[in-house]
Structure formats: C-alpha cells, structure tokens
Write a protein that binds this ligand. Structure first.
Ligand SMILES: Nc1ncnc2c1ncn2[C@@H]1O[C@H](COP(=O)(O)OP(=O)(O)OP(=O)(O)O)[C@@H](O)[C@H]1O
Ligand SMILES: [Mg+2]
Length: 296
C-alpha cells in the first residue's frame, strides 16, 4: 500500500504513552485494570505486549484506540504523532481510527458483518475516511485483497465472510485495517484463533506489510514464542501493571522480573510431563512493584 501521501511526520515518536491508567467503577468500588503504563513506539517498529489473561492487554489497546466503554476512566497521556488522544470527542476519535490507527482483532468472524460481502466491508471502511467514488474504492479493495494474498480477488470480492476460511477472514480484516494506510496498527491476538501453519503465514504477511508501509505496530499476545518472532521491544504486564520491559532479546535471555521468568517457564516443552503442566501462579504470585517502563 502506498504510504507516501501522509505529509511530513514530526521527528518525535509515533506513539508516546505516559502514565496510562484505566479505571472501571464496580459495585465493590473502582478497579484499576491498567495502571502506570508508559512506553514509546517508533515508525516501523513492533512492540509486543504480553501477559496472562486479564492482565490488561486489551484494555490498553482499547484505550489507545478510544474504544473503551463509556464508564471507563482514562488517565495519563497518549500522544499519537505528537497530539493528545485522551479526552478527544467521539467524532475526532472516529476520524483517527482507520485513518491514523487501526486495529486487528482476534476473532474476524465477530468483526465482519455476515450480511455484507467482504468487498463492501473493505470499500465502506475506505470510504469512511476517503472521499472517493464506490468504483474507486472497489479498485482499492481489489488491490488490498491482492496485497493480503487472497487469490482471485475479482471473484472473491463479491463473496460473504462465511465463504472464507478463518485465515482468509483474518486477511480480510488486515486488508480493512490497512486500506487507509494507518501509521499505527494494533493487533490484539490476531492469530490466536488460527492453526499454527496459518498463524505463521499471517505473521509473515503482517511483517511484510509493515515493512512496506513503515507503520508502527503494537502486537498483543499471551504467546511468548509469537512475540519473539515479531517484536523488537516487549512489555510484560501483570494485573494491569507493567512489570518489565526491554528489547525482546533482553527479556528472553535475561528476564529480570520473577513474573516474566514464570511466564517463560510456563511455556510447555516437548520433554515436559503433560500431567504436570504448570500455571504461572504455581511459580510465583509476586507482589508486583510497578517498574518504570520506557522502550524506544
Ligand atoms: N467493564 C469492566 N468493568 C470492570 N472490569 C473490567 C471491565 N472490562 C474488563 N475488565 C477487567 O479488566 C481486566 C483486564 O482485561 P483485559 O481484557 O485487558 O485482559 P487481557 O490481558 O486482554 O486478557 P486476555 O488475554 O484474556 O484477552 C480484567 O480483569 C477484566 O475483568
Ligand atoms: Mg485481551
């Protein structure tokens, strides 16, 4: 996809998150599901966010996208291309979504509308941000489908989501996310629902497209093997807090925090006794001290 008409981009970070917090009111009082999270992301770079279920990974991505439920209270600062996105109006956020930032979710079936052809869904996403005719948008959709390596786009463009396999549907979601050439892509467990072979293909495709467009990517996963393939930097989260961050190499070769070591140890190995597969909690339930986290 072309990425040359965005104009000049300021020299600072693509994304700078500082002291991010997300709090929900609950009957038992407020709950902080994300607390004191800071990081930066540059163009062309991928940041992995890892952590077990419930650690606040998705809440972090929804906060950045401005997609949290209304009762969530967001604190801290999120600068995208140097401008603040916290407390923007819905209309402003809608414009940023798709145009400057886009998200690929875990389950493409629930994100695609079963009643519309995939072509219509790509063209409508494109036309929401670009003032072009249906015909011109269709040409962009065909190009996008070819780019995510869907064979026979001319035929496939008029088909419905159920006519595609899981991997192909995820390719369509990636085409929708990338059609407006966003600067920032947030991929939240984009390959978890896919079998390992398809997962590897999708990861390779995303890496290629990212290289081509120069977009920055946040890749959220609980799978440390996946993060080691795609990310230059990693943040490890536990119960809403960042517990460790650094380059992928640092985190994998010398994890400093007991929780990160526990996560790494929880990866099953071929020589493990399956009867004794361990949970992260079995290794440690550390008292988490929020660490100052800054990656670049
Ligand atoms: N509306 C809400 N009110 C209160 N708590 C919420 C609400 N929505 C989510 N949470 C809590 O926020 C925490 C973080 O959830 P989040 O979805 O970010 O986890 P996650 O790291 O993405 O997990 P998973 O790997 O399962 O996707 C969870 O404990 C969840 O129960
Ligand atoms: Mg999640």
């Amino acid at each position: 996809m072309r990425h040359d008409q965005k104009g000049s981009i300021p020299a600072n970070h693509l994304l700078a998150v500082t002291g991010l917090g997300v709090r929900f009111p609950t009957p038992k009082g407020p709950v902080d599901v994300v607390k004191d999270l800071s990081f930066t992301l540059d163009r062309g770079q991928t940041l992995g966010i890892v952590g077990e279920s419930g650690s606040g990974k998705s809440m972090t991505s929804l906060a950045i996208m401005g997609l949290l439920p209304k009762d969530a209270k967001v604190t801290g600062s999120i600068l995208l291309n140097g401008s603040q996105t916290v407390d923007r109006s819905d209309a402003e956020l809608r414009k940023l979504r798709g145009d400057s930032m886009a998200m690929v979710f875990q389950d493409p079936l629930s994100s695609l509308n079963p009643y519309y052809t995939v072509g219509l869904q790509i063209t409508e996403a494109y036309r929401a941000h670009r003032n072009v005719s249906r015909r011109a948008a269709r040409a962009v959709a065909l190009e996008a489908m070819a780019q995510v390596q869907i064979k026979d786009p001319q035929l496939r463009i008029d088909q419905y989501p159920h006519q595609f396999s899981g991997g192909m549907r995820q390719r369509i979601m990636i085409a929708i996310a990338l059609c407006c050439e966003p600067d920032l892509i947030i991929a939240d467990e984009p390959t978890t629902a896919l079998d390992v072979t398809v997962q590897a293909q999708i990861l390779a495709l995303m890496a290629d497209l990212q290289k081509e467009t120069g977009a920055g990517m946040i890749f959220i996963t609980h799978d440390l093997a996946v993060v080691s393939q795609v990310a230059q930097n990693v943040i490890v989260m536990n119960t809403g807090r960042p517990v460790e961050s650094g380059t992928t190499e640092q985190i994998f070769s010398a994890p400093a925090h007991p929780y990160t070591r526990a996560l790494l140890n929880a990866i099953p190995r071929l020589d493990d006794d399956l009867e004794e597969l361990k949970m992260v909690q079995e290794f440690t339930r550390p008292k988490v001290t929020p660490a100052a986290v800054t990656t670049s």
